[in-house]
Design a protein around this ligand. Structure first.
Ligand SMILES: Nc1ncnc2c1ncn2[C@@H]1O[C@H](COP(=O)(O)OP(=O)(O)OP(=O)(O)O)[C@@H](O)[C@H]1O
Length: 335
């Protein structure tokens, strides 16, 4: 089980006419991912998805809160003592080309971590070649074809499969797939998503999917959970099917209507969500961060901060004073 309790991360950005400013990327995010689970974090660009994925993979630090991996808190541990825990969480980047060393064959790419793994688990050196073949077959590649080749000799989809095979060399508990298909040819995307689903079922590895794309979250997160992030805060969370079929937070509803969101939300009335650039700063303080963009905001939304919680009759948790079931206008309608 991997849990995050109140994870916050603020970056200092320098330069520009305004001098340096603080950008809160994550503002107290809670989550829990069990073994074999499927969790999607969805939200627009800049909502903090990648920062969260990097924190989970041990590539980024958090300012406060706690990350607990299988019962052990990462907060009090030195960098060196955290490493074995973070090995259980492997990050799949969106760009498989830059994730692979172009000067190494796929055989070399897999042999190095497998040799380390053989040492750790007391296996003979010969095991590494066997395991490399096994892993490539597991991710749907022909080892005989792929092993002697360099990354540039493979398609984007094949490269992403190699990246997944490399992540599996350490027997991870969780794969964090950060927009893992966004840079891959459309024709190969479904295959990669199906592979991640299959690995979840066959190996019991959990998958955390980071995406701005609801359709992908729906596919990969079947039977799992969705967390909707807005400006570093979870605004709605619950079973994938419920969040997609029956969202109650206006931001989730707007995400479901269109991305980027510019269309009306419901009929009649054609209330419109203000585009993010046109909205106010939405800085921390009292009030809902989404209030400037929300067609349903009231005085209360501007002065009080809604907390993630459950109404009596909702399956999901939400952070909204005016949660409502609204019929979402399908993509492209109402522009
Ligand atoms: N290393 C950094 N230094 C300064 N600011 C950063 C850094 N990393 C992220 N940020 C800022 O933190 C906020 C969240 O960024 P993050 O990349 O996590 O969002 P995201 O939802 O993954 O967006 P995208 O889909 O565009 O990658 C953004 O405002 C971003 O500019």
């Amino acid at each position: 089980m991997i849990t995050g309790n109140g994870i916050t991360r603020t970056f200092k950005q320098r330069g520009g006419v305004l001098g340096s400013r603080e950008v809160p990327a994550l503002r107290g995010v809670d989550f829990a991912i069990g073994r074999g689970g499927a969790v999607s974090f969805i939200g627009e660009s800049g909502c903090g998805k990648t920062t969260l994925g990097r924190i989970l993979a041990g590539l980024e630090t958090y300012d406060s809160g706690d990350l607990v991996i299988n019962g052990t808190s990462m907060s009090g541990l030195s960098h060196r003592r955290r490493q074995p825990y973070f090995r259980a969480i492997q990050l799949i980047h969106q760009d498989p080309y830059s994730a692979l060393n172009p000067t190494r064959t796929i055989h070399q790419t897999l042999a190095a971590p497998l040799a380390l793994r053989a040492g750790q688990t007391g296996r003979p050196r010969s095991w590494t070649d066997e395991r490399a073949e096994e892993l490539l077959a597991l991710v749907g590649l022909d080892p005989g074809y792929v092993l002697p080749r360099y990354p540039h000799q493979l398609s984007g989809g094949m490269r992403q499969r190699v990246v997944i095979a490399r992540a599996l060399t350490v027997d991870p508990e969780m794969l964090v797939a950060d927009e893992a298909v966004s840079m891959i040819d459309v024709s190969m995307r479904l295959g990669i998503l199906a592979l991640l689903k299959d690995l979840r079922e066959r190996l019991g590895v959990s998958v955390l999917f980071i995406t701005h794309d609801i359709a992908t979250a729906r596919y990969i997160g079947e039977g799992g959970e969705v967390y909707v992030l807005y400006r570093g805060q979870v605004v709605e969370q619950g079973p994938t099917e419920t969040i997609i079929a029956d969202p109650v937070h206006p931001y989730t509803q707007s995400l479901l209507s269109a991305i980027p969101v510019l269309h009306g939300l419901e009929r009649p009335g054609a209330e419109r969500v203000v585009p993010v650039e046109a909205a106010g700063g939405g800085q921390a303080g009292a009030g809902c961060l989404f209030a400037d963009r929300c067609p349903f905001s009231t005085e209360r939304c501007r002065s009080e901060t809604p907390v993630l919680g459950r109404d009596g009759d909702t399956v999901q948790r939400h952070a909204c004073f005016h949660p409502r079931r609204r019929s979402v206008i399908p993509l492209g309608v109402g522009a």
